[in-house]
Design a protein around this ligand. Structure first.
Ligand code: XMP
Length: 518
């Protein structure tokens, strides 16, 4: 969509390929990841990268038929950096030799020491005479290709850093993209500098170019957008609104499963601050009616997902002449990664989204965040003037409080849950912990227990409090609150929320638990 200096990452299936892209984006360099089997000579020409990085990968270049970089790359005339498997295929393809482990495999921390020759991508390295790096390889290069020299060695990788500076080919055995290679970011910085990148990937520029692209795509047609109040859909809506103003209508589906005051806040923010066409579809009765008596988690999710689509469609049909549907799809959702294991993965939970809607309604998609990682969306949100407190909000799942209310959902339980959750989050904010936590919320358990308050017996609901740290929601650790904090929070909840007489703190990590209770 946008025009920037571009770097191409050819993916050989490493677990950490996305981290390479993260490091480069942090340097304001635009890059894309493409699987090795989709990058042929023609692709290379049309992508026109200013530099290329070959990722690591699980295969062995000694195996017949194993992945290779396209031959055209070696005469393409741009700098190439090979990492781990990328180094090995570079050596093999250019006339060197790679051998199987035989006791020289290395996994984990290692130290690289420099040779006498200096190499520009290692500028700023070796202040202490050596540098910590992260290794993860079974094979190793046993003979470097003609034209290459060695610039760094480690005990088990005599060719830890090799290069042919005249042709701008660089190759490292270790992984500079992981945090355990502390000077890795510096290596990438040196590499993109020598490749001539100017750091032109900034959110200010992105905003301008994205707006121009939206105008070109949409023309004078109308766009509809499902606004959830989350960061991705909000940034999508505001960006499109900035591009086409009143041609955009947002539909905010209120399923009655939102947090205390949330619907009002979302509606006020978008109507008052952005003067955006917004339909507040209050369909809580419909959703809660259909969920009445349902306790199976997957059935709940399916009911909510199906109704959401029906309701959105109903309101969208009322918008005369809408031809486009806006979606907050992010770059991690569109990367086609190389799968070596094959086979479908098990469905743990059916996630809530509007996939399938565009075809069903005959709409074309506008996805202005397709090139962005999550933290870039936040940066763009700041650029567009969204308040910091809004951008930094914890994720909230599409099915809302339904999956924080195991068992049957009732209006009474939802009320208790809303109030308790608000007290809990208030406590976390007051103690300055909100930004340290990935996600925190209360859940109401499907049981009542006996308690004593004043001189009387109580028989009320039990709550579970959850707080986790995480990077991407895929794995999570319990947040280690102090006992004092937990005690104070319990007291406040019991005192301030009627209908609760017991509070648990959920200490389950993910795995084995999931973040949400259902
Ligand atoms: P789990 O419970 O699967 O959650 O460990 C991981 C992350 O995903 C969020 N989540 C959802 N987000 N629609 C969403 O938009 C969903 O259906 C959904 N289910 C879970 C959850 O809040 C956590 O951040």
């Amino acid at each position: 969509m946008t025009q920037h200096d571009r770097l191409l990452i050819i993916d050989f299936g490493s677990q950490v390929t996305q981290l390479i892209a993260r490091r480069l984006r942090e340097l304001n360099v635009y890059c894309e990841i493409h699987p090795y089997n989709k990058v042929d000579d023609a692709f290379l020409k049309s992508f026109a990268p200013k530099a290329v990085i070959l990722s690591g990968g699980p295969d062995s270049v000694t195996r017949a038929g194993s992945p290779r970089a396209p031959e055209a790359l070696w005469s393409f005339g741009v700098p190439v950096l090979g990492i781990c498997y990328g180094q090995q295929t570079m050596m093999q393809q250019l006339g060197g030799l790679v051998e199987n482990g035989h006791g020289t495999a290395e996994f984990g921390r290692a130290f690289v020491t420099p040779t006498t020759d200096k190499l520009s991508i290692l500028d700023g390295w070796f202040a202490d005479g050596r540098e910590q790096v992260w290794m993860s390889h079974g094979d190793h290069v046993s003979k470097i290709a003609p034209g290459f020299l060695v610039y760094g060695t480690s005990p088990n990788a005599p060719f830890a850093v090799t290069a042919d500076p005249a042709r701008h080919f660089y190759a490292v055995q270790f992984h500079p993209e992981v945090h355990h290679t502390p000077k890795g970011a510096k290596l990438y910085e040196n590499f993109v500098k020598l490749a001539g990148f100017t750091g032109d990937w900034t959110m200010g520029l992105y905003r301008e170019q994205a707006i121009a692209a939206i105008r070109a795509q949409v023309g004078d047609k109308k766009v509809i957008c499902a606004l959830s109040g989350g960061v991705d859909s909000s940034v999508t809506a505001i960006l499109i609104h900035e591009a086409i103003g009143d041609q955009l209508t947002c539909v905010f589906v209120d399923h009655g499963l939102l947090r205390l005051g949330e619907a009002e806040q979302v509606v006020a923010m978008f109507r008052d601050n952005y003067n955006l066409n917004l339909i507040h579809a209050d369909e809580s009765e419909l959703f809660l009616g259909k969920l009445d008596g349902v306790s199976d988690p997957e059935t709940k999710r399916k009911i909510i997902g199906g109704l959401f689509i029906d309701v959105f469609q109903k309101y969208a049909n009322g918008i005369e002449g809408a031809e486009f549907l806006a979606q907050g799809t992010l770059y991690p959702d569109v990367i086609e990664s190389v799968s070596f294991s094959g086979g479908p993965s098990v469905t743990i939970k059916s996630h809530h989204n509007v996939g399938g809607l565009p075809e069903k309604m005959g709409l074309k998609l506008v996805e202005p965040l397709r090139e962005l990682f999550k933290d870039e969306v936040r940066a763009l949100g700041r650029e567009l003037g969204l308040p910091a407190s809004f951008i930094g909000r914890h994720p909230f799942p599409g099915p809302g409080l339904a999956i924080r209310c195991p068992g049957e959902i009732t209006v009474e339980k939802l009320d208790i849950l809303r109030q308790a959750d608000a007290v809990y989050i208030d406590q976390i904010r007051k103690h300055g912990l909100y930004d340290e936590i990935w996600q925190a919320f209360a859940a109401i358990l499907p049981m009542k227990t006996v308690g004593v308050m004043g001189d009387g017996r109580t028989y009320d609901y039990a709550l579970a409090l959850r707080a986790v740290t995480s990077v991407d929601g895929m794995t999570a650790d319990t947040y280690p609150f102090t006992h004092d904090f937990l005690g104070e929070t319990m007291t406040r909840i019991i005192n301030e929320v009627k209908g609760v007489n017991r509070v648990f703190y959920d200490i389950t990590s993910k795995p084995p638990g999931t973040i949400e209770l259902e």
